[in-house]
Design a protein around this ligand. Structure first.
Ligand SMILES: NC(=O)c1ccc[n+]([C@@H]2O[C@H](COP(=O)([O-])OP(=O)(O)OC[C@H]3O[C@@H](n4cnc5c(N)ncnc54)[C@H](O)[C@@H]3O)[C@@H](O)[C@H]2O)c1
Length: 333
């Protein structure tokens, strides 16, 4: 069997919908034979593990446990969707408090039981905030934690493909940046549609402003649309994209979409949000985003919204004041 690595991959929240789909995807993509599943809900976890074992995969060393110390032992790569999911009528931010506490515990457990972990992909929402909390408490370098934000960019590609009635492959470099909540910044200037710049198509009225605004709204409401259709939060697409992210960190093919990353520079401080990123064996890295003045203003607004959420979590006492972060994780000093 040709695996990318033999190092241990841990899937946290594996008893849930995203977790179980991540497990199956990781096995089918042959990332590593050594996959461990963790979930505090043992019946669900056992059911997922049994189903995967019933697939009859060859060469697989699948383990599962509801003991977090055992799960994290020797884990070099971790993906976590372990937390509550959004129900109808809820925003990602409504999940804030409960999942923030889960992220704190998760980060502390990583520090205790898997300090040599090489990369974590955080999926549970609001991912920008749970990722930030995980990064702080895990003690990992900023390059060691990324969050799933790509779904917004893939949804933009899908909306444009439907609008123009062309294959999605002809939409290149569709991008959203900033928060993964409804205050994300949906860019036009990065994208080409069948070779033509999307910004030009909007400027020249090929796409009327009103239609572009509708496309943007469909992207920001993309998660809600799936809840309305299926009666539950999306799981196939987040599972697939998260495993593509961790595969890139494990030395696999480059990840093509923006990821959430810790940002601290002249423009944006002490925040986790989607930027133009690369993920490879050295972790996640970002470059500055440069759009039109209106796009960059939208990104600034999205950043401010995230700062507000982060400050709420500081007020809750889950995160300490920023001035103390360096004491908990010297990599963030
Ligand atoms: N970032 C994204 O793009 C994106 C997209 C969709 C969903 N999500 C989020 O992913 C998360 C998981 O969604 P789902 O559909 O798989 O939900 P789910 O309810 O099917 O599964 C969540 C699993 O997490 C487990 N869990 C609960 N507390 C835990 C803890 N403390 N530690 C570890 N595991 C714990 C539960 O037992 C459950 O099995 C939700 O927060 C959802 O909002 C993110």
């Amino acid at each position: 069997m040709n695996y990318l690595t033999n190092e241990k991959l841990l899937i946290v929240g594996a008893g849930g919908m995203i977790g179980s789909n991540m497990a199956q995807t990781a096995i089918m993509m042959k990332l590593t034979p050594n996959i461990c599943l963790y979930d505090p809900y043992l019946p669900g976890l056992t059911g997922v593990a049994e189903e995967l074992l019933h697939c009859g995969f060859e060469g697989l060393n699948l383990t599962y446990t509801d003991n977090i110390a055992e799960a994290l032992k020797d884990a070099k790569y971790i993906v976590s969707s372990g937390g509550a999911a959004r129900k109808a009528g809820m925003t990602r931010e409504d999940l804030l408090k409960g999942n923030a506490l889960i992220a704190e515990e998760f980060g502390k457990n990583v520090k205790k039981y898997a300090p040599d972990c090489k990369h974590i992909v955080v999926i549970f929402n609001p991912a920008d905030i749970t990722g930030l909390i995980t990064l702080l408490y895990s003690g990992l370098p900023a390059t060691g934690v990324s969050t799933l934000a790509a779904l917004d960019s893939t949804r933009l590609r899908n909306e444009l493909a439907k609008y123009f009635k062309i294959p999605a492959d002809e939409i290149i470099n569709s991008r959203t940046y900033g928060g993964h909540g409804e205050q994300m910044a949906v860019y036009a200037s990065t994208t080409t549609v069948n070779g033509k710049p999307l910004a030009e198509l909007i400027e020249t009225g090929v796409i009327p402003e009103k239609d572009w605004a509708e496309i943007q709204a469909k992207v920001t409401q993309g998660g809600k649309a799936i809840i309305d259709l299926r009666g539950r939060s999306s799981f196939q697409s987040p599972a697939y994209l998260s495993i593509e992210m961790i595969a890139a960190a494990m030395g696999g093919p480059a990840f093509k979409w923006p990821a959430g990353v810790y940002v601290n520079d002249n423009h944006f401080q002490h925040i986790m949000m989607a930027m133009e990123t690369t993920i490879d064996k050295n972790g996640v890295h970002y470059t500055d985003v440069k759009g039109t003045p209106a796009e960059d203003a939208a990104l600034q607004k999205s950043y401010e919204h995230l700062c507000h959420l982060r400050d709420e979590v500081i007020e809750m006492g889950v995160l300490p004041p920023i001035s103390e972060w360096g004491k908990i994780n010297p990599n963030l000093a």
